[in-house]
Design a binder for this molecule. Structure first.
Ligand SMILES: [Zn+2]
Length: 607
């Protein structure tokens, strides 16, 4: 993309005005003013995806009505739709004004949502890109909805103010289109918490009711996470890559998810995951909230600033392919929990339990033998983000196995360098080389084949062979051996009885009182007998199957025994005979062993 700016002249900014014109109908109206449109006809495009979420989501489908005016003379201009997300306005003699409405009713961190309680939007859902003028400054006036019901509404965003007061409606300004769409905006009546991390102001804007929230605890815990991460990347200066940071938190009865941005993140969490000042302990669910916040915050470095070369710059019109998401999502998943244990927010014992759970999940599915992490990253758009009944048989998660590769590399580097180097050193070199000194100007990214060389350079440890097998092949990370020098044992935690328990090799989903097959694992007794995903199980040896009783029914049989199953497929009764096998995935367990603790302490202790 190129700027239309003429050397020596300051280009006129692109101006947007966004107003929640009908919150009850979930409609934003956007007015876009282009002072110097392309004289041959101005193209306008809405992104088809939002960075961080690798699926084409076709945000343009929510544009309800679009009109274009020429300001001189004031007249309506023809506008043609060129493809699903691109418009072309007829040649204009003066400034161009585009008015359009956006339907906003997607309660997620990825799009836009508006009702009478609050409004939220990502720029990728609401701001048309003025093709050819992406690099000029972009201004936006955020207007309050009309009426006394909205008098108390405020704005939370890290878009730089350009006339607006902090948390007020009014004018904001971004240096270019990329920046404009990388600062989500929340509006409404939210609770605002504040703390500083390494001297940098951080805010938490909480939308949704949380009675007696223990704000102090949330701030204190988030502060520990943020400071640990800032110091991980900048141990000497402890300087953050932004001047302020904002956690936008949407609290729901149930929900979980987050999306990273350059100086903010949008999170969705459940009400019960937040602590109450009455001392009620939310237990593990609070740990998962902190883990989510830690994950998205780590992305401030790892993907928002250090990024694959293939993402520099983003192409908003189509899929952007990279085989490196296992580094950007996997390593981020490795560090999100590691930071919690290093800061003492979770115990070492608890950390080992959660690692063991990840190992069990990754090694329990056959898909890991069919798809490499590099392939999983590349095909995220059509596979990881579009999972179906066959996914466990066909794909591997670049989050979960990617985290295990991060762990494996960290352990390997620490052992091989006798504790002098670690994956932290690799992250710092990535940061200096691709992030700190280059973002945002002239951003260049990590090449598809550059990573192994960088590890060798930053740690002196050659991991090329391991990466070939673990990330570009389908080998399991040999964690039992890698854990040994750390005084940690990886063993199966399944007792003989558990391993000898017969199964059908299926995953069952409850549909009311019916048990529908959600997944039939490859080569399982169920598959061999011809049962398929979608079948509704009816009876085992003449006894009714419900979603909850299948395991109990099976307990009366032994491995190798033949059982008769009835099921409905497309409402027709079918009968299958199958031979039971031992299928429960092996449960892995990690435990501390007596012996030297030096490497382990350096790994899990404060960095
Ligand atoms: Zn992530």
């Amino acid at each position: 993309m190129k700027t239309s700016a003429v050397a020596g002249r300051t280009p006129a900014p692109i101006r947007y005005r966004i107003e929640p014109i009908r919150p009850e109908a979930h409609l934003f109206e956007v007015t876009l003013e282009i002072a110097a449109p392309d004289p041959l006809g101005q193209k306008l495009a809405l992104p088809v995806w939002i960075p961080g979420s690798y699926l084409v989501r076709e945000f343009a489908k929510h544009i309800v009505r679009l009109e274009v005016r020429d300001e001189r003379p004031r007249s309506r201009l023809q506008v043609a739709k060129l493809d699903k997300n691109t418009w072309a306005a007829g040649p204009a003699t003066g400034a161009l004004v585009v008015v359009y409405q956006v339907y906003a009713w997607d309660l997620s961190v990825r799009a836009a949502h508006l009702d009478t309680q609050h409004g939220f939007f990502n720029g990728t859902s609401v701001f048309l890109r003025v093709v050819g003028q992406e690099h000029v400054p972009h201004e936006v006036e955020i207007v309050a909805p009309r009426g006394p019901a909205f008098r108390d509404w405020r704005v939370a965003t890290t878009l730089p103010e350009h006339g607006a007061k902090r948390h007020g409606f009014g004018r904001y300004r971004a240096k270019d289109y990329d920046a404009l769409v990388d600062h989500p905006v929340e509006m409404g009546v939210f609770e605002l918490l504040r703390f500083k991390a390494c001297g940098v102001p951080h805010e938490v804007a909480i939308t949704g009711r949380v009675p007696k929230l223990d704000a102090q605890r949330v701030c204190a815990d988030l502060q520990k996470i943020c400071e640990a991460q800032i110091r991980l990347f900048e141990p000497d200066s402890a300087s953050a890559p932004f001047q302020r940071y904002l956690f936008l938190v949407m609290v729901l009865g149930e929900g979980y998810g987050g999306l990273e941005h350059r100086s903010s993140t949008a999170l969705i969490c459940s009400r019960e995951s937040l602590p109450a000042a009455t001392g009620r302990d939310p237990g593990e669910s609070y740990g998962s909230f902190l883990g989510l916040a830690s994950h998205e915050y780590f992305h401030s470095w790892n993907i928002k600033r250090i990024k694959p070369a293939r993402f520099a710059p983003y192409d908003f019109d189509r899929e952007n392919y990279t085989s490196l998401l296992w580094i950007f999502e996997g390593f981020t998943s490795y560090y999100d929990d590691l930071v919690l244990v290093r800061t003492g927010l979770v115990s070492e014992q608890h950390y080992l339990e959660s690692l063991a759970k990840t190992i069990t999940e990754v090694e329990g599915a056959r898909g890991r033998l069919r798809q490499s992490l590099a392939e999983s990253s590349h095909d995220a758009w059509i596979k990881y983000y579009r999972q179906d009944e066959n996914s466990p048989n066909a794909i591997v998660s670049y989050y979960k196995k990617g985290a295990l590769v991060g762990l494996g590399l960290d352990l390997l580097i620490r052992s091989a360098s006798r504790g002098r180097r670690s994956l932290d050193d690799v992250m710092r070199v990535l940061w200096v080389r691709f992030g700190r000194d280059f973002f945002p100007r002239g951003a260049h990214g990590l090449g598809e084949d550059e990573f192994a060389g960088l590890v060798a350079e930053s740690t002196g440890v050659d991991v090329a062979r391991e990466l070939r097998h673990w990330a570009y092949g389908t080998a399991d990370v040999p964690l039992a051996a890698l854990f040994k020098p750390f005084g940690i044992a990886l063993r199966t935690g399944s007792d003989a009885a558990h391993l000898a328990r017969p199964t059908l090799g299926v995953r069952v989903a409850a549909e009311g009182s019916a048990a529908r097959l959600a997944t039939v694992f490859d080569d399982s007794p169920a598959q061999r007998a011809g049962l398929s995903a979608g079948d509704v199980l009816v009876a085992l040896e003449g006894l009714r199957i419900t979603p909850g009783n299948l395991d109990v029914l099976l307990e009366r049989y032994r491995l190798g025994e033949k059982v008769r199953i009835h099921a409905f497929r497309r409402d027709e009764l079918i009968e299958a005979e199958l031979i039971l096998y031992a299928g429960p995935p092996v449960q892995w367990k990690l435990s501390f062993e007596p012996g030297p603790k030096r490497l382990r302490q350096a790994w899990l202790g404060a960095s």
